[in-house]
Design a protein. Structure first.
Length: 428
């Protein structure tokens, strides 16, 4: 198809009628499909069903002989920390194993920083600002909004955030933190380059207690046989004399069971001591039975990789179905551009500026629930009204294939309608 913007008026109107008819036919199918959140599908959760039967013939004891049913071991079982050390890029003694939600760990770190400060602080954080790469994760932005943290958006480049913009912003001492999803970013799929990691570690900051909130949520969530690696942020920070700069977060929520996984905090020895001192007042210990289940189920790093290969086999066809529909209906039209992620849980798409909300509305009217337009920007406000986050993981492959056809139609129709409206406005 030719670019919409290049079509003569008569051809544009003919295409408008044709695509509107196709959309109405799709809407008449009465589908009810939800692609709003990046949840694991039931068959992905089934991969970890053995966790529900306690492995080990009712053996509740750790390698050190501790009873996992009892209180204590605040930092988490040593064998679990050793298992996930390669994924986190930290030695076991610099890892804390928490309960199921890494978002809860991030929440606690923000609250404790606001109340107590962090290592290197002279006082608690007051009226801080965070740098927020966009498009980004809505729950990161929601945490900032909840606690009145000013958000400073910077664009992503395909290899991480625009570092010139980041380095300019961090000179301000009120900038205390930055959100980073360094591998298969949510939703763009960015994989941070070694140069990006190096500059983040080494940049001069106005705040001596600045922190990278390094949310490595998709560390092992590959969609191809190529397992991307990124530079180790903790090592990079230590090498340039900023050992306390990074708070690293991860979880098994999209590895084993979303509601019953393990969350992790990894950082420098000083930051781990700070975290444990705060957590000691909050809890007498995490769920160590769940930790024991995980280590006995996954066994070792090779077992973790085999398990993630099972996820890839289920997810890759769904992502391929979305990309195929977008390529088929939208390639060459100028209606949108989209990422081709090699890992993670999302596809980021930039529709024609000024049409993302209309696309979501058209999709809703056709029975397709999409993530709200603007959710990938702070305060839910996308100044271009263009970015959409597509989440193909939870529906079945057949449902994803059907939904992708409809989404592409909605994007195309919205682009055509916008072009027609712009031309009509120009001749008034």
């Amino acid at each position: 198809m030719n670019r919409i913007a290049d079509l003569p008026d008569a051809d544009l109107q003919a295409l408008r009628r044709q695509v509107r008819e196709e959309y109405e036919a799709f809407r008449a199918r009465g589908l009810k499909l939800d692609m709003t959140r990046g949840k694991p599908a039931p068959d992905q959760l089934d991969l970890a069903s053995e966790l529900l039967a306690f492995p080990g013939n009712r053996d509740f004891f750790t390698e050190a002989g501790d009873d996992a049913r009892n209180y204590g071991i605040l930092q988490g079982l040593p064998e679990v920390r050793a298992l996930f050390a390669p994924m986190l890029g930290a030695p076991p003694n610099q890892i804390v194993v928490a309960d199921n939600s890494s978002l809860a760990v991030m929440h606690d770190c923000i609250v404790w920083a606001l109340l107590k400060g962090v290592p290197g602080s002279t006082e608690p954080w007051s009226k801080p600002a965070f740098i927020c790469p966009v498009p980004g994760y809505d729950r990161h932005f929601a945490l900032c909004e909840e606690f009145g943290i000013r958000m400073l958006p910077v664009p992503l480049t395909g290899h991480g955030p625009d570092m010139d913009a980041v380095e300019a912003l961090v000179a301000d001492p009120s900038v205390k933190g930055m959100w980073c999803v360094p591998k298969y970013s949510n939703p763009s799929g960015d994989v941070y380059s070694d140069e990006t990691v190096r500059r983040l570690a080494a940049m001069r900051t106005g705040a001596p207690d600045f922190r990278l909130f390094w949310d490595n949520a998709y560390a092992v969530h590959h969609l191809t046989e190529h397992r991307h690696t990124i530079a180790n942020i903790l090592d990079a920070c230590a090498e340039v004399g900023n050992p306390d700069r990074a708070f690293v977060f991860a979880s098994t929520s999209k590895i084993t069971l979303a509601g019953a996984g393990l969350a992790f905090f990894a950082s420098s020895p000083a930051n781990v001591a700070w975290y444990l001192a705060r957590a000691f007042k909050r809890t007498i210990g995490p769920d160590k039975l769940n930790q024991l289940r995980h280590v006995r189920f996954l066994k070792n790093e090779a077992g973790l990789m085999r398990h993630m290969d099972g996820h890839r086999a289920l997810l890759a066809p769904k992502f391929a179905a979305v990309i195929a529909a977008l390529d088929s209906r939208l390639a060459g039209t100028g209606a949108a551009t989209w990422a081709r992620p090699e890992g993670g849980y999302f596809i980021s798409l930039d529709a024609t500026p000024g049409t993302a909300k209309q696309v979501v509305a058209l999709a809703k009217d056709a029975g397709l629930a999409l993530t709200a337009a603007g959710s990938t920007w702070p305060h839910g406000h996308d100044p271009h009204d263009s970015n959409l986050r597509l989440a193909p993981t939870f529906p079945s492959l057949a449902e994803v294939t059907a939904a992708s056809e409809g989404i592409a139609l909605c994007i195309l129709l919205a682009a055509i309608e916008k072009q027609c409206a712009d031309r009509e406005a120009s001749v008034r």
